[in-house]
Design a protein around this ligand. Sequence first.
Ligand code: UDP
Ligand code: MG
Length: 321
Amino acid sequence: MTDLSIIIPLFNEDESLPELHAWISRVLADRGLDYEIIFVDDGSTDASWSVISRLAEEDPAHVRGASFRRNYGKSPALNTGFRMARGRVVITMDADLQDSPDEIPELYRMITEDGYDLVSGYKQKRYDPLSKTIPTKLFNATARRVSGIHNLHDFNCGLKAYRSDVVKHIEVYGDMHRYIPYLAKQAGFKRIGEKVVHHQARKYGKTKFGLDRFVNGYLDLVTLWFTGTFGKKPMHLFGLLGSLMFLLGFVAVAAVGILKLYHMHAGHSYILVTDSPYFYISLVLMLLGSQLFLAGFVGELVVRNSPKRNEYDISRTVGDI
Ligand code: UDP
Ligand code: MG
């Protein structure tokens, strides 16, 4: 089996690729490791693919590649690389030379010797504009809280190392590459570590992500939290919220009615139920409550019909099975 797979997702990075390949080869040259470099071309429109083909010709023992017909995004590119990887250890890095290949040997060692499932890079000193570094701090603080992985400072670092098991058991889609440690944790991999890594300013080309990354990133975090907590039992969330709201509305409307009857019988002056603002608030609550309940039912139907509803990842067994 191959010792190490290095996965590089890329979109229009033709200028960086030869330098990156040379650098990785230099770092790994005398280590006696059987390694492969997997370039996943995410539908580049520049010369990236011809550069990759050339590199594969020059260095057939180490270079593999795949190219999407169109641009799907970094997560699909990573996921494809994960499926292709043959190494016992898998390292991902960006193609733009912002991540340094000099970190590879230490990351490799942390997985093989320190027993980590996943080691994430931490760009403690970043060479990015302020408009990116400040929201990034906020983003990471939120991700730490929601995911419960308190020792990570840089969830979205492109430079990460994994035990092969991890990448074969998680699925990265949409823009979920920002939360791979959370995905790994949800899949049951708990030994998640961090290593401070060097970061450099982009040398060629420009960033592929704008500020919308923070909006989308936040929404994805909510999705992950929801699917992780209630994905297999949506009624537990919607049913609870729905019941509470319905009950509150019901009690309130009953109180309005009972009060009216009481005042009527006692000969006091009273107002009609429909003149009380609480009546309308109660109606809204009961309607919303029923809607939430219905959402729970629909969710349960979706889960019940999902082919994955009873798919579990069994890591060990004993005896006859
Ligand atoms: N990337 C990709 N597909 C995309 C966008 C980006 O494969 O649709 C790659 C990109 O080529 C780079 C990595 O993902 O290798 C990180 O992108 P970038 O450097 O633009 O992000 P930043 O460093 O600004 O966070
Ligand atoms: Mg970059």
